[in-house]
Structures are given as structure tokens and as C-alpha cells.
Design a protein around this ligand. Structure first.
Ligand code: AHG
Ligand code: MN
Ligand code: MN
Length: 356
């Protein structure tokens, strides 16, 4: 007995959706089965595997002795390292070891890049990543993420200083993040729009959930750590005074860049981590935090600025270079920039008179 005509369509749609895995989506995006397209599809598949392994570990971390807390070590950033940071760092290395794709991995948690020599003659890619973003949230079971950026491997630098990585974010060929929240989501772009996938634990697959995500031109959210108010430039303080005094703004700040970014991507608004007295360049790292997210935000129709230039144009002077960041809806980023430009104008016109 055949079901009514409309039912197969429903079944077909849900089946088709469940079969739109990440690797297939990449090939659909590229409209190609060329070796490069297959490489990118395989790379994204490995990123997905890393996300599944980390998601599984996080979901059990409160139950197993020794998975949470600090290692006692301090990383190249001068930050106390969490056990989960190290675990996640190792996961990315392991999933790319037998991939033949990635010759080098550069991570927030490693002073220098990690080479996989057996992949270098054929491996044509470098993976830059923040294995766990928002580490301060881990032990209290709040959302954290992983951020990744993929670049073409350009030649072999003999001294292992990865000088070829000291180029602008415009060289990225893919970027994205995994958000470990109530569900685990992977959001990525290969330069053809921004798309999100939700992990279906029963399938063990990331399934397409939103395609061609576009950030609203304006949103109500401003996301910043106001505890740093005393350390900011006057222009940033001027912006904060503005949103405090005008209707229609609401503050959200989770302590995890990935979670705050994700909220802005979907609901609009702006995330800021400006320079401070203690960290004039800001806290966030260019190659594996601000550049990949700037790539995504521009692909989603938003904007990402350091306050004086586009994040994607910044050329780092070292692997772990930091940049200030103002990222989100075009109108909101431009509002923040207008306060910076106003201050600069005052300083130029009457350097000694600029009001503080
Ligand atoms: P990470 O855990 O990878 O070091 O990143 C933490 C970052 C970022 O996720 C977050 O937006 C920011 O640090 C929070 O910094 P503050 O605690 O100074 O606000
Ligand atoms: Mn981070
Ligand atoms: Mn981190």
C-alpha cells in the first residue's frame, strides 16, 4: 500500500537533510570533485571528528576523575592551562596525523607549530586552531568552543618559525568554529557563505541546520567585559556611555568568544575586546581567534575591525600576535568606529584640549 503522494516528499526532504553531511556540503559548495575539493572535504571531515571527540569528552568531564581543573602548566600566552585545553590540543593533532592532508598545526597551546613530517611532502595545508576557547567556562559547565582556520602550506620553512603564516587573514581558505553548548554545532565557511551543522549524536554526524547565515545589519546586543572599563581608550568609554544612555541595547557576555560571537551572528549586535592598559593589543589572538571569526563575519555580511583597520588586513609580526577586535553587524561596528574617529579628530585638532 503506497503512502499518500505528499508523504514520500516529507520522507525525501528529511532523508536528504540527514544526508547533507559536512563533507558532502563542501563538495556541493565547490561544485567539483577535483583533488583540491576532495582535500577540503576531507579536511572538514577531520575537523568534524575532532569536534565529536571533544564534545564527547566534555559531556563526561564532570564524571571522570582528572578531566577538569588545571594542569599546573602555563602556556605561551602566560595563561594557566586546563587539562581540557591539552586534551583538545592533542585531539586535533591525532585526527590529522593519518590524514595525509596537514603538514603543520599551529595552536594557542603550543609555542611553535607541530609538524607532521610524513604529511609534509604531500600535505598542502596548515591548520591554525584554538582547541578550547573560553577555558574559564569549562569547570563550571558553561559553553566553550574550538576555533579553526585552514591555510595553504606555502613551501617549507626550514627553521620551523612558520614565517609563511605571518600573512593577512585574506589568505585563509576555510575557517569556522565548533560550539559545545546544549547541542554541539559546527559553523564554517570556505568562502561561499556561512553554514551551520548540528551534531546528531544518534548518527554521530554533523547535519546541516542553517545555510547561508546572514548577520542582521543591526542588533540590540553589545558584548564586552565592562570590568575593563577603567583600562579602555576614551573612545570606547564614549561608546559604552552611549549604549548605557540609549534605549534598545542589551548586554550579553559569556566569557567565551565563540558563544558570544555565535549569538551576534544569529541575532545581530557587536562583540568587542578592545586594547587595555595591560594588553594594548587586546587579549585575543589573530591567527586562530580574530582572523577566522572575521572571515566568517565578513562572509555573513558583517564587519570585523581592530578599530583602525579591518581584521582581515592585519599582517601579524609573530605567531601568537594579538589584535583588538570589534566584530558583528555593520551598523554596530561602524557606530563603535565613529567614536574612535571622533576622538582621533579631536586629538588632531586640539591635542591638548581633547576632553577626557
Ligand atoms: P581562551 O580560553 O582560548 O584563552 O579564550 C578566552 C578568551 C575568549 O574566549 C573570551 O572572549 C575572552 O578570553 C574573555 O576574556 P576576559 O575574561 O578577559 O573577558
Ligand atoms: Mn580562545
Ligand atoms: Mn583556548
Amino acid at each position: 500500500m503506497f503512502a499518500a503522494a505528499s508523504e514520500p516528499q516529507i520522507t525525501e526532504i528529511s532523508l536528504d537533510r540527514d544526508c547533507t553531511t559536512l563533507s558532502r556540503h563542501v563538495l556541493q559548495q565547490l561544485q567539483s570533485f577535483s583533488p583540491d575539493a576532495q582535500d577540503l572535504s576531507a579536511l572538514m571531515n577531520r575537523i568534524a571528528l575532532a569536534g565529536k571527540l571533544i564534545s564527547r569528552h566534555l559531556s563526561r568531564s564532570g564524571l571522570v576523575e582528572g578531566m577538569l581543573g588545571f594542569t599546573g602548566g602555563v602556556n605561551v600566552q602566560g595563561e594557566d592551562v586546563k587539562r581540557m585545553d591539552l586534551y583538545a590540543n592533542e585531539v586535533f593533532i591525532s585526527v590529522f596525523k593519518q590524514s595525509g592532508l596537514v603538514c603543520r598545526l599551529a595552536s594557542e597551546e603550543m609555542d611553535k607549530p607541530y609538524y607532521i613530517p610524513e604529511n609534509c611532502p604531500i600535505g598542502r595545508y596548515t591548520l591554525l586552531y584554538d582547541p578550547i576557547d573560553g577555558s574559564s567556562n569549562i569547570d563550571i559547565n558553561l559553553n566553550v568552543g574550538s576555533i579553526f582556520s585552514i591555510r595553504q602550506q606555502e613551501g617549507m620553512d626550514e627553521d620551523g618559525e612558520a614565517k609563511d603564516l605571518l600573512q593577512s587573514g585574506r589568505k585563509q581558505i576555510a575557517a569556522g568554529y565548533i560550539l559545545y553548548g546544549p547541542s554541539t554545532m559546527l559553523v564554517y565557511s570556505i568562502g561561499k557563505g556561512v553554514h551551520s551543522f548540528t551534531l546528531d549524536p544518534s548518527l554521530g554526524e554533523f547535519i546541516l541546520s542553517h545555510e547561508n547565515i546572514k548577520v542582521p545589519r543591526h542588533g540590540p546586543i553589545y558584548s564586552v567585559n565592562e570590568g575593563n572599563f577603567w583600562q579602555w581608550e576614551e573612545s570606547i568609554r564614549d561608546y559604552i556611555r552611549y549604549v548605557h544612555r540609549h534605549e534598545g541595547y542589551t548586554a550579553r557576555y559569556s566569557g567565551a568568544l565563540v558563544g558570544d560571537f555565535h549569538r551576534i551572528l544569529f541575532q545581530g549586535g557587536v562583540f568587542l575586546y578592545p586594547g587595555t592598559v595591560k594588553k594594548p593589543e587586546g587579549k585575543l589572538r589573530l591567527l586562530y581567534e580574530t582572523a577566522p571569526l572575521a572571515f566568517l563575519m565578513e562572509q555573513a555580511g558583517g564587519k570585523a575591525s581592530t578599530g583602525t583597520e579591518e581584521v582581515l588586513d592585519v599582517v601579524p609580526d609573530k605567531l601568537h600576535a594579538r589584535t583588538p577586535i570589534i566584530i558583528g553587524s555593520v551598523e554596530d561596528v561602524e557606530l563603535v568606529e565613529s567614536f574612535i574617529q571622533e576622538r582621533n579628530r579631536e586629538l588632531k585638532e586640539a591635542p591638548f584640549m581633547a576632553k577626557s
